[in-house]
Write a protein that binds this ligand. Structure first.
Ligand code: MG
Length: 251
């Protein structure tokens, strides 16, 4: 069942979204060659706690940190640790936080210093694909219209969309119904209604779409070693369109 949220719940989700966006802003400023992924996790956790919120990922299925940090060919679920970010790396940061029992969830892939033209294009295309998906999240459209728009944009640019991981409904729980794939035919699945909240999250590879999980049982990497990017926003569908709850203000 897809939960329809009330106005009161919308306001709480707005606050959770703002916590997540604030963390992303702080990390964007902090990301430089020489910083470790563990240091980024510490910044994120202290910001979440300072904003009277709870890290959503820490302890989720046993995950040991407050953010996921996935570098280069790592797609999602990378564990923060001693890894030092190098000039030319790309790092995907996924942040989740609960505020007053409601969850916000978002991800961005950031450049570490100067990056290659292909990496720049990957970040640009994945960000655009998320935007195309968000545009389709409106009353009257069908769920699969979102993934179709994402896949179309990604493949038109010569990249591929990860199939094994998908977006999700979000609210009192981080993962609610429905699943939100980033691919597929349009015009399928439930009709979208005001009061639905969705985490839309394309994962895009420069090479082929298959992925595998490393021996730490968390880190997902591209099978072919190609670069991967991940952009995610928590989106609330309203009568007039939608509101991106985790939008970052320009910094
Ligand atoms: Mg998510």
């Amino acid at each position: 069942m897809i939960v329809i949220k009330s106005m009161q719940e919308f306001l709480l989700m707005q606050k959770a979204g703002r916590v997540v966006a604030t963390v992303l802003n702080e990390l964007e400023t902090a990301i430089k060659p020489g910083i470790t992924t563990k240091e980024l996790d510490e910044i994120a956790e202290s910001t979440i706690l300072k904003m009277n919120s709870v890290p959503a990922f820490k302890g989720y299925g046993g995950f040991p940190a407050s953010i996921c940090t996935s570098v280069n060919d790592e797609v999602v679920h990378g564990i923060p640790g001693k890894r030092v970010l190098q000039q030319g790396d790309i790092v995907s940061i996924d942040v989740g936080a609960f505020y007053e029992g409601y969850c916000g969830d978002a991800a961005r892939t950031f450049a570490v210093g100067e990056i290659s033209p292909i990496a720049q294009k990957l970040l640009q295309v994945t960000k655009e694909a998320l935007k195309q998906g968000v545009t389709m999240a409106k009353v009257g459209n069908r769920l699969s219209d979102i993934g179709h728009a994402i896949q179309t944009h990604v493949e038109a640019n010569g990249f591929s969309v990860v199939r094994q991981y998908v977006g999700h409904g979000i609210g009192r729980k981080m993962h609610e119904e429905p699943q939100v794939p980033n691919y597929g035919l349009p015009g399928r699945g439930p009709r979208l209604k005001a009061g639905m909240a969705l985490a839309i999250e394309p994962m895009v590879n420069t090479g082929q779409f298959p992925v595998k999980i490393l021996g730490d049982n968390w880190t997902v990497v591209t099978q072919d070693g190609s670069l991967s990017a991940h952009f995610e926003d928590t989106v609330f569908i309203t009568d007039g369109g939608n509101e991106v709850l985790t939008a970052q203000e320009e910094i």
